[in-house]
Every structure is written in structure tokens, then in C-alpha cells.
Design a protein around this ligand. Structure first.
Ligand SMILES: [Zn+2]
Length: 501
């Protein structure tokens, strides 16, 4: 069974066929490093990390390009007067590149905590000004962009007229019709420079106070946001590559603009498969400054945002995200995260026992039904992933398998109920999926279980101290651990869990 993915461009699930197997080129829009990444950013980067890992599991050699937007991302959709980085640098009294470095470091720190693999190439917009200027020159030469007062705009209407005939109309990805966009575009700065409201900036003339500026054929200025992704994906992945990924919010205008720019230059859509993950809502509400519900990743890991009732381990967040299909909506709540935390702990417990066992491959199953059911559930891992990367269904199966593993571990089921060959397959596939594909053992396994052992011992000593009413000792253990960033939590069932920050 081959991999099928939902292609946003055709709105269909399609069999994935690499352009030049075994190589796969994948481009994912990275962060704008004008501020710290928040929970909403966690989803695309974890989603595409799993896509990357799964493609490698299937045997592809993947070149994964994920950019850093360190220039050119304008403050609001459509508003093209000021660059986000420049504005924030003035606010924080930092050099723009100092600001960029600060937030890039924070972003890398968060990605590492999520156990996301590093991309093959992580190009920056400021490092590719030359390529962007070259691309803009080509678009002008082909007649699809025009200069006005030192700025350059893409002529959307002309593009749409000409390329509609070739079956590549503007709006083909988002399904928007050009008329709609023109009606809904707000009055914007420098609007008078544009021929049409739907035109977007490829290059902006920098006013004297603008810090970030580069020489160009049109005077000193800075690039538009959309052009960087076209220039960098083209440079590292070629005229047409396999997968372009990002959040659904990027479909319009960002990806639509990318398609238009690249199509002018190369006469074909830049990527074959466009994959978009859905958004995260917070307690049923859209994430936004007006709701005061934008949870930064450091706040999430430390439990410091007012919405949070506790700190969440990065692996809990990762697990929570993978528990839903990437195209489905995902609602964040403390209850949902706490449920994920518990579920993940159960999965880990089962898994950590499982990997230490030596099963006899020759052992015959005494319970044929259970043996077959187990084997089927293991085989379904690949089937579910091949069906548009359904991590949710794989985890549901794993959860059922964990119950079986725990039953064997607790001797409620005899180990020979399941055949040795199936148990070995279980061991092997659980390891591949939990560690290699889902990347769920990031910080947890780094200490090889020693830290967990020490903490369990302290929890046990504290429990004994409480039983003999030695509250000085039990409080001391709790408080000293808290000072070290280890939070103990008494569970309803009498057990104690911990989170490490
Ligand atoms: Zn992009």
C-alpha cells in the first residue's frame, strides 16, 4: 500500500509519487522571528517533523528546507508599510539582527525540546536578498510586475488573465476568486501605488527611518514576505519540488502569492503536493491577542500563562498534537492536556517494559484470537500513516496495545498468549513508531530512565514520611524538588506524578 496525502491544490487525496525517487524535496514555511513562538506554531512544526520522519521511514532521501523569516514579513495581512522585525527592533531597542538572533535561538530551543529534527537546510530571508532581487527582475521582465516609487508590485490581474488560460488561475489553492479578494481588501498604506488592490509587494521602498534596507535596481528597500519562500525553495529544491507544507492560515495570501511568483518564473506550480495543517483553538476560541490566549512556548513549558493550571512537558504537547489528524481542528484545554499527559505516561510505562524483554521467536500463541488481533493492530500502523498520515489512529491502536502489554507485564495475561513472532514484531514496530517516527521519547529517554528511578525513589520516601506524619520531611522533598524545577502532583487515585521544567 502506498502513501496517500491530501493535496490542498487539487482538494483530493492522491497517491504520493516522488518526482525523482528516492529523493524528496520538502519546503515548509518557518517562523517569523520577530517574537517568541507560541502554541499555534507548535502544530505545523511537529506535523511536518513527523511527515519528514515518515518519508525517511519509507526509504526516501528527503531534503527538508524550512526557512527563517528575518525580514520582509509585514505587520498585518495586506499592510505593507512596515517590516515586523524592524518595528520590534525599535520597540526592544535592539539591532534588528540582535532581535533576530534572540528569537531564532528561542525557536531552536523550543524545536529541540519538542524533539523535532533539524531541517536539512534552514535558509534566512536576509541571506537570500540577491536571489529575491533576481526573481523580481525576472517577473518584471516577463511583464507581471511593475515599479512604483521605488517599490515593486506583482500584477495579480494580468497574471490571472494570462494563466487562467493555462489552467493556473490566481486563487487555485485557496479557492478564492479574484473579485472576492478585491472586495474584501482593506484600504491600505501606499494603496495609490498599486494598479489594483489585490496586487502585492515584491519589494518595498524603505523610508529613511527604516533600519533594514538593501540596495536594489529600484533603490534602497526590503523584500516582500512572499518572495523569500519562492526564491529559497527554488534555489534549494528546483523549479518544481515534491511537498510544500505549512499551516492552513498560510494558504492565502502567502502560498497563493508563492504559486503566482514561481509559476511566472518556471511556468509550473512550484510544488506538486500542498499539505496544510489545521489550527489550534484555545478552550474553543481562536488564538489571538484580543482573547489574551496566545500561549508562548516557554510559558507552556513553565506553566506561567494565566490560562494554564500547570506546566506541560514538551512530549505531552507533542503527543496531544499527534492525537488528532493534522487536518482536523484541535482544541487546547487543560483537561485535554492532562488527559494526554496521563495517556502518554501509560504508553511510556508499557513501552519501557516492552523494550527490555527478550521474547522467544519460536513460542507459539496460546490465544490465537489475541495473537491475530495484535498482529493486525501492528500492521495497521503503516496503513493508517499511508492514509494521509493519520497519527491519531496509530496512537489509538498503540493505546490498546499498551493495555495488552500492561496485562502481560502485570501477569493478567500469560506472555505466551501471544506468539513470540508477534511479540517481536510488536517490540520492533513500537520502537520505530514511538522513537523514530513520532519522536515521543525526546527528553524522557535522554537519561535512560535513571532520573525517573531517582524521582520514583524520592516519591516513595515522601509517601512513607507522610504515612508516619513526618510532614517536615515530606514537605522538604516536595519543596526542594520544586526549587530544582521538578513539580510533584498528587493524583486522585493516590499516585504521584511529576513534571520537569
Ligand atoms: Zn513561506
Amino acid at each position: 500500500m502506498s502513501l496517500k496525502v491530501y493535496n490542498s491544490l487539487t482538494r483530493k487525496k492522491e497517491v504520493f509519487e516522488a518526482i525523482n525517487p528516492p529523493y524528496v524535496g520538502m519546503y515548509v514555511c518557518g517562523p517569523t522571528v520577530s517574537g517568541e513562538s507560541h502554541l499555534g506554531h507548535a502544530r505545523p512544526f511537529i506535523t511536518f517533523d513527523v511527515v519528514y520522519r515518515y518519508l525517511m521511514y519509507l526509504g526516501y532521501k528527503v531534503r527538508y528546507v524550512r526557512n527563517i523569516t528575518d525580514a520582509g514579513h509585514f505587520e498585518e495581512e495586506g499592510r505593507e508599510a512596515e517590516d515586523k522585525i524592524s518595528k520590534k527592533a525599535v520597540l526592544e531597542k535592539l539591532e534588528p539582527m540582535e532581535l533576530v538572533q534572540k528569537y531564532t535561538n528561542l525557536y531552536h530551543w523550543a524545536m529541540a525540546r519538542f524533539n523535532n529534527l533539524q531541517p536539512s537546510i534552514e535558509p534566512t530571508a536576509t541571506g537570500h536578498i540577491v536571489e529575491q532581487i533576481e526573481m523580481i527582475k525576472k517577473i518584471i521582465a516577463d511583464g507581471y510586475a511593475y515599479e512604483a516609487n521605488g517599490s515593486v508590485y506583482f500584477d495579480v490581474e494580468k497574471y490571472n488573465t494570462d494563466f487562467s488560460k493555462k489552467g493556473l488561475p490566481y486563487g487555485m489553492l485557496s479557492g478564492r476568486v479574484l473579485d472576492d479578494q478585491m472586495d474584501t481588501t482593506r484600504e491600505l498604506d501606499n494603496q495609490e501605488e498599486k494598479r489594483n488592490k489585490s496586487d502585492f509587494a515584491l519589494w518595498k521602498n524603505a523610508p529613511p527611518e527604516h533600519i533594514m534596507r538593501w540596495q536594489s535596481p529600484w533603490g534602497e528597500g526590503f523584500p516582500g514576505w512572499h518572495i523569500e519562500c519562492s526564491a529559497m525553495s527554488n534555489k534549494y529544491l528546483g523549479d518544481q519540488f515534491d511537498i510544500h507544507g505549512g499551516g492552513m492560515d498560510l494558504q492565502f495570501p502567502h502560498h497563493e502569492c508563492e504559486i503566482a511568483q514561481s509559476t511566472v518564473c518556471n511556468h509550473k506550480t512550484p510544488a506538486r503536493y500542498w499539505l496544510h495543517n489545521n489550527m489550534i483553538t484555545i478552550n474553543g476560541k481562536k488564538m489571538g491577542k484580543s482573547y489574551n490566549n496566545v500561549i508562548k512556548l516557554s510559558e507552556l513549558f513553565e506553566g506561567t500563562h494565566p490560562i494554564l493550571t500547570q506546566a506541560y512537558h514538551p512530549m505531552t504537547v507533542r503527543f496531544f498534537i499527534l492525537q488528532s489528524h493534522y487536518r482536523g481542528t484541535l482544541d487546547f484545554s487543560n483537561e485535554a492536556l492532562q488527559a494526554s499527559e496521563k495517556a502518554l505516561r501509560r504508553l511510556w510505562e508499557a513501552y519501557e517494559w516492552l523494550v527490555k524483554q527478550n521474547f522467544d521467536a519460536q513460542a507459539i500463541a496460546s490465544d490465537k484470537t489475541l495473537d491475530e488481533k495484535t498482529a493486525t493492530q501492528i500492521r495497521e500502523f503503516d496503513e493508517f500513516m499511508n492514509d494521509d498520515l493519520n497519527t491519531a489512529k496509530v496512537l489509538a491502536n498503540m493505546f490498546e496495545l499498551s493495555s495488552v502489554i500492561n496485562s502481560i507485564k502485570d501477569k493478567h495475561i500469560a506472555v505466551n498468549a501471544i506468539g513470540g513472532a508477534t511479540l517481536q514484531l510488536l517490540q520492533q514496530q513500537m520502537k520505530i513508531y514511538i522513537e523514530d517516527i513520532f519522536g515521543l521519547t525526546g527528553e524522557r529517554r535522554a537519561d535512560d530512565g535513571k532520573l525517573d528511578g531517582v524521582l520514583q525513589l524520592l516519591i516513595e520516601i515522601r509517601k512513607e514520611a507522610k504515612q508516619r506524619k513526618d510532614f517536615m520531611t515530606s514537605d522538604k522533598i516536595r519543596n526542594e524538588l520544586a526549587a530544582l524545577g521538578v513539580q510533584l502532583k498528587d493524583e486522585k487515585d493516590g499516585g504521584v506524578s511529576y513534571t520537569i521544567q
